[in-house]
Design a protein around this ligand. Structure first.
Ligand code: UD1
Length: 429
C-alpha cells in the first residue's frame, strides 16, 4: 500500500493548477445514463473515484472513451471523456462496486427515469457518520417510484415512468438534490424541489442537463423547478474547478507560509473559506488566472467557524482548517453541523502534538508553537489531506499511511506540492 513521506518546514512558492471538481465530475458522468446519445465531459480529474465510476457505468453497458492529450495541452490538463449510454444492458448496480463509493448510488436516478427500473446496492464511501439514503428514496417515491429494500439492495420500479411532484427536503442534501434533479428531467410534468442544495456542483450539473435538453430553472437557489421532457440528447460540458482542492491548497500555503498561485481557481466558489483564511492572516488576491494565496511573516490567528451548506463554510474543508489552527496563536473553535463523527482526524492530529478537545459537535483547538512529524493514518478523504497540511509545518518526518483515500479525491497531490518546494514523496508498495 502506498504511503507519503513529508519532511516539514519548507515554504510553498509557485503555481498549483486546480483540477476539475470531483463532486461535479461524478454526478455529470452519472447524468450520461439519461440519454442514448454521447455526453462529452472536459476537465475530468484523474482520480480513483472517477476510474471506479467508469467501471460502474461500464457494468450498465456504458461505453467510455478517454481522449488523449492534444498538442498544447498543459501537463495537468484534465481528461476528456466521451460517455455513451446508447444501450443500457443491466439496471443493477452491484454491492462490490457501489460499496466502494457512496456517490455511485446516484445511478438509481437516471436508471429509474429512463429505464423505469433500477436495483442498486446500498452505498459505502467515507466513514463519516451514518450517511443514510432515506431522503433520496423519499424523493424518488414522490416522483412515483415504488421502492422496496431486499438483501441490501434498493429496488425501484416505475412501470409507467416517473411523474412530476413537489419534493420538499427536511434538510439540505447534496445527494438528495442531485437524485431529484436527474430523475425529474425525464418525469412527466413539473417537479419543484424545495430546500434544494445550492452547491456550485448542483449548478454545474443543472447547466449540463440544460445543454442536454432538460428544462430547469432556479439551480443554485433553494427552489429548483424542472419541466420534464420526453428525452435528452448528447452535449459537451466542461467540469467546473474543484473548490475543495482550491481551499485545501490555500490552507496548505497559510500553514507552510510562502506564496502560491492557484491557477484556474474561481474565488466565488469558496468565498466563505477565503474570508476565514483572510481572518487567519493569509493574504488572498484574485487575479485573471485564479487566486494568489500568501502568508509572509505574520503568524496564524485563531478563528471560530461553523460548517454549513453552501454558501457557508464547507464541511469538506473542516479538517484542513483544523490542521491550520493547530499552529494558531490562541484558541480556535470549529463546529461541524453537516456530518456527525467527522472528527476522526482529531486523534491523528494529536500525534503531531496538536491540542484539540471535543465537546459534541465543537472542537476547541489550542494552537501550539511547534508540531512534530509522526507516523499517521489517513481515515477518510478530507481528513487525510489535513494530515498532509499539518506535516508541511511539522518538524521532521511524517509518514502518512493508507493514502488510497487521498487518491480518491486529490489529483497528483504530491507532485503539485513538491513543484512548490514541499519535501514530499510517494513511497510505493
Ligand atoms: C456531498 C459531497 C461531500 C460533502 C457533502 C456535504 C459528493 C460526491 N459528496 O455528500 O463531499 O461533504 O455533500 O457538502 O458530492 N442525509 C440524510 N439522508 C439522506 C441523505 C443525506 O439524512 O438521504 C444527511 C447526511 O447524513 C448529512 C446531510 O444529510 O448529515 C448532508 O448530506 P449530503 O448533502 O447528502 O451529502 P452527500 O451528497 O453524501
Amino acid at each position: 500500500m502506498d504511503r507519503i513521506r513529508i519532511i516539514g518546514g519548507n515554504e510553498l512558492r509557485g503555481t498549483i493548477p486546480i483540477s476539475g471538481a470531483k463532486n461535479a465530475a461524478l454526478p455529470l458522468m452519472i447524468a450520461a445514463l439519461l440519454t442514448d446519445e454521447t455526453l462529452i465531459l472536459d476537465n475530468v480529474p484523474r482520480l480513483a473515484d472517477v476510474a471506479l465510476l467508469q467501471r460502474i457505468l461500464g457494468n450498465h453497458g456504458v461505453d467510455i472513451m478517454s481522449a488523449g492529450k492534444r498538442p498544447g495541452d498543459h501537463e495537468y490538463q484534465g481528461q476528456t471523456l466521451h460517455i455513451s449510454a446508447k444501450t443500457i444492458v443491466d439496471t443493477t448496480a452491484p454491492y462490490d462496486l457501489v460499496s466502494k463509493m457512496r456517490a455511485s448510488f446516484w445511478v438509481i436516478a437516471p436508471l429509474i427515469a429512463r429505464m423505469h427500473e433500477a436495483t442498486v446496492s446500498l452505498p459505502g464511501g467515507c466513514a463519516i457518520g451514518t450517511r443514510p439514503v432515506d431522503l433520496l428514496i423519499m424523493a424518488l417515491e414522490k416522483l412515483g417510484a415504488e421502492i422496496s429494500i431486499d438483501g441490501g439492495y434498493v429496488i425501484a420500479k416505475a412501470p409507467g415512468g416517473l411523474k412530476g411532484a413537489t419534493i420538499e427536503f427536511p434538510k439540505v442534501t447534496v445527494s438528495g438534490t442531485h437524485v431529484a434533479l436527474m430523475a425529474a428531467t425525464l418525469a412527466k410534468g413539473t417537479t419543484i424541489i424545495d430546500n434544494a442544495a445550492c452547491e456550485p456542483e448542483i449548478v454545474d450539473v443543472a447547466d449540463c442537463l440544460v445543454k442536454m435538453g432538460a428544462k430547469i430553472s432556479g439551480a443554485g437557489t433553494p427552489r429548483i423547478t424542472i419541466e420534464g421532457v420526453a428525452r435528452l440528447h448528447g452535449a459537451r460540458h466542461t467540469v467546473l474547478p474543484d473548490r475543495i482542492e482550491t481551499g485545501t491548497y490555500a490552507m496548505a500555503v497559510a500553514m507552510a507560509g510562502g506564496e502560491v498561485q492557484l491557477s484556474g481557481a474561481r474565488p466565488e466558489l469558496l468565498q466563505a473559506a477565503l474570508d476565514v483564511l483572510t481572518e487567519a492572516g493569509a493574504t488572498i488576491t484574485v487575479n485573471n488566472d485564479g487566486i494568489k494565496v500568501a502568508r509572509n511573516g505574520a503568524g496564524i490567528s485563531p478563528v471560530t467557524v461553523t460548517t454549513a451548506p453552501f454558501p457557508g463554510f464547507p464541511t469538506d474543508l473542516q479538517a484542513q482548517l483544523m490542521a491550520l489552527m493547530t499552529r494558531a496563536k490562541g484558541a480556535s473553535h470549529i463546529t461541524e453541523t453537516i456530518f456527525e463523527n467527522r472528527f476522526m482526524h482529531v486523534q491523528e492530529l494529536a500525534r503531531f502534538g496538536a491540542k484539540i478537545s471535543l465537546d459534541g459537535e465543537t472542537a476547541t483547538i489550542d494552537g501550539v508553537s511547534k508540531l512534530r512529524g509522526a507516523p499517521v493514518m489517513a481515515t477518510d478523504l478530507r481528513a487525510s489531506v489535513s494530515l498532509v497540511i499539518a506535516a508541511l509545518a511539522a518538524e521532521g518526518e511524517t509518514m502518512v499511511n493508507r493514502i488510497y483515500h487521498l487518491d480518491r479525491g486529490f489529483e497528483r497531490l504530491e507532485e503539485k506540492l513538491s513543484a512548490c518546494g514541499a519535501n514530499i514523496e510517494r513511497i510505493s508498495g
